[in-house]
Design a protein around this ligand. Structure first.
Ligand code: GUN
Ligand code: ZN
Length: 427
C-alpha cells in the first residue's frame, strides 16, 4: 500500500566531507512517496501530491524526515552493561563484558536482550546496525530472529575467541569456523539479514583461528568482516607481545586474509602510517565510536584527517563500551572529539556519517542511508524542537543547519517522532 509522508526532507547528493555542506539538500516543504517498502518519489509537497492523487498522506509538519540512522559497530549483548563504571579496555572486558556475554549460552536470555536492544534503538531512530553477537550460536539466532520479525536490515555475526577469554567464553579454531559457516548458511542474505565474519580482536584469537576465519571469508566474499583495531595504547602493547613478528597491529589481520574490501575495523585510533596506507589501498572501513572512545578512555579518532585522505568512515555507538544508544548523542560526541583536535565538523557532515557514511562503510549505501527513489524506506522523523531547551536554541535559526544542530547536540529519543522500517511505521 502506498503512502505519502510530508515534512522537511533531507537528502544527500554527495559526501559533504568532499563536496561541502551543499551536498545535503533539504526540501523544506517536501514529500516522499513510499510503496512496497521502497521510496518511489521525492520532491516538493505540492508536486508529489498532484502526481499521486488518492494516496493516503501522513503530514509531519516541519519535522525533519531523514534516512534512518545506521550504527556500524555495536555489541548488542552488552546492552545491559552499558554505563559500567571505572575501567579501561582490558579490565572493562574482563570485569564487565565477559561475565555478561557468558549468559548468552541461554537462548531465552539472548532472545530477551536482542528484542530489548532493537526496541531501544528503533525508539532512537536507528534502523540498521552492524552487531557483534557472542561466541554462542544462540546469540546470533536471537538477533537475526528479532530483526527479521521487525523487517530490519541488519548485519551481525558470531564473535570468535579461542584464547585469553574465560571458561565458557571460548570456542576453537575449528568450531569458530564451522559454527560461523553454519550460521552464515542459515542467515546470510535471508530477507534483509547479512552475516558478518567476526573475530573479536587479535588478542582473543590464536593464529589458527584467524587463519580459519580468513579462509571462511575468502570462500564467502559477499559477507562483511568486522573486528577491532588499535583502540587503546595498552591493548596495542599487549598485541605486540602476542604477535612479536608482526610489523604492526593491522599486519596480523593482513597475514590471515582479513584485510580487504568489506572489512570493518572498529576504533582505528592509534594507526601507523603504514596501516593507514594499507587500509586506504584495500578500501577498508574505519568505524568511529566516539562515545566509547571517551567513555573507556581510548583516544581521539582522527576523523578529519582520515576523511580528507579518502578513507571509508562509519559512525557507531559501540554499545556497551559506548555510553548511549542514540546516534544523535553519537553525532554530538563526534563533534566534541573533533573540536579537541581543532576541527569543527559541519552538521551536514555529522548527519551524513550517521546515515550514508555508515551505510557506505557497510557497503549498503545502494539500498539504505539516503532518501532517493529506489532506496529502501527506512526512515526517521525528527522533531527539531523536541524539548524546551532545544526549542529556545533554535528560535533564532536562520538556516536549516542552525535548526538541526541543537538537536544533534542535545537531542535524544524524545526527538524521534516516528521510525519506519521497510515502509512500515514501527515507532
Ligand atoms: N575490543 C575487543 N572487544 C571489545 C569490546 O567488546 N568493546 C570494545 N570497545 N573494544 C573491544
Ligand atoms: Zn566493539
Amino acid at each position: 500500500m502506498a503512502e505519502i509522508l510530508t515534512g522537511q526532507v533531507l537528502q544527500f547528493t554527495a559526501d559533504p566531507f568532499l563536496a561541502g555542506p551543499d551536498a545535503a539538500r533539504v526540501e523544506t516543504d517536501g514529500a516522499l512517496l513510499i510503496e512496497g517498502g521502497v521510496i518511489r518519489a521525492v520532491g516538493p509537497r505540492a508536486q508529489i501530491l498532484a502526481e499521486h492523487p488518492g494516496v493516503p498522506v501522513t503530514s509531519y509538519g516541519n519535522h525533519l524526515i531523514s534516512a534512518g540512522f545506521v550504527d556500524s559497530h555495536v555489541h548488542y549483548p552488552q546492552t545491559a552493561i552499558i554505563a559500567s563504571w571505572g575501567k579501561r579496555l582490558i579490565d572493562w572486558l574482563n570485569d564487565y563484558t565477559f561475565p555478561e556475554e557468558t549468559r548468552f549460552a541461554d537462548q531465552a536470555y539472548a532472545d530477551e536482550i536482542a528484542n530489548r536492544y532493537l526496541d531501544l534503538v528503533l525508539a532512537r531512530g536507528t534502523t540498521t546496525v552492524c552487531s557483534y553477537a557472542t561466541i554462542h550460536p544462540e546469540s546470533v539466532d536471537a538477533i537475526f530472529s528479532a530483526a527479521q520479525k521487525r523487517g530490519m536490515r541488519i548485519a551481525a555475526g558470531k564473535t570468535c575467541m579461542d584464547v585469553n577469554a574465560p571458561d565458557g567464553l571460548r570456542d576453537t579454531a575449528q568450531s569458530a569456523h564451522d559454527d560461523s559457516a553454519k550460521l552464515l548458511n542459515k542467515w546470510h542474505q535471508l530477507d534483509r539479514l547479512s552475516y558478518v565474519i567476526t573475530p573479536r580482536f587479535a588478542p582473543t584469537s590464536t593464529p589458527e583461528q584467524l587463519e580459519a576465519l580468513g579462509s571462511l571469508w575468502a570462500a564467502n566474499p559477499s559477507c562483511l568482516m568486522q573486528t577491532h583495531l588499535s583502540e587503546q595504547t595498552d591493548e596495542i602493547e599487549w598485541v605486540k607481545t602476542l604477535y612479536p613478528e608482526a610489523r604492526d597491529y593491522l599486519d596480523i589481520y593482513e597475514r590471515f586474509g582479513l584485510v580487504g574490501p568489506g572489512a570493518l575495523f572498529g576504533h582505528s585510533i592509534w594507526l601507523e602510517e603504514r596501516e593507514k596506507a594499507k587500509l586506504l589501498d584495500m578500501d577498508c572501513s574505519l568505524i568511529h565510536c566516539p562515545t566509547s572512545n571517551t567513555f573507556i578512555g581510548s583516544g581521539l579518532f582522527d576523523l578529519s584527517g582520515l576523511k580528507a585522505a579518502g578513507h571509508r568512515v562509519g559512525l557507531a555507538t559501540d554499545i556497551g563500551g559506548g555510553s548511549n544508544f542514540s546516534m544523535l548523542r553519537t553525532m554530538a560526541s563526534a563533534y566534541e572529539v573533533a573540536q579537541l583536535r581543532r576541527h569543527s565538523i559541519h552538521p551536514a557532515q555529522l548527519w551524513w556519517l550517521a546515515t550514508q557514511g555508515s551505510a557506505r562503510a557497510m557497503r549498503m549505501d545502494d539500498r539504505i542511508g539516503n532518501i532517493a527513489p529506489g532506496m529502501e524506506a527506512d526512515l526517521v522523523v525528527i522533531d527539531l524542537a523536541s524539548t524546551p531547551a532545544i526549542a529556545q536554541a533554535t528560535a533564532r535559526a536562520e538556516t536549516i543547519w542552525q535548526s538541526v544542530f541543537p538537536t544533534q547536540i542535545m537531542g535524544d529519543d524524545r526527538a524521534v517522532v516516528a521510525t519506519y522500517v521497510n515502509g512500515a511505521r514501527l515507532v
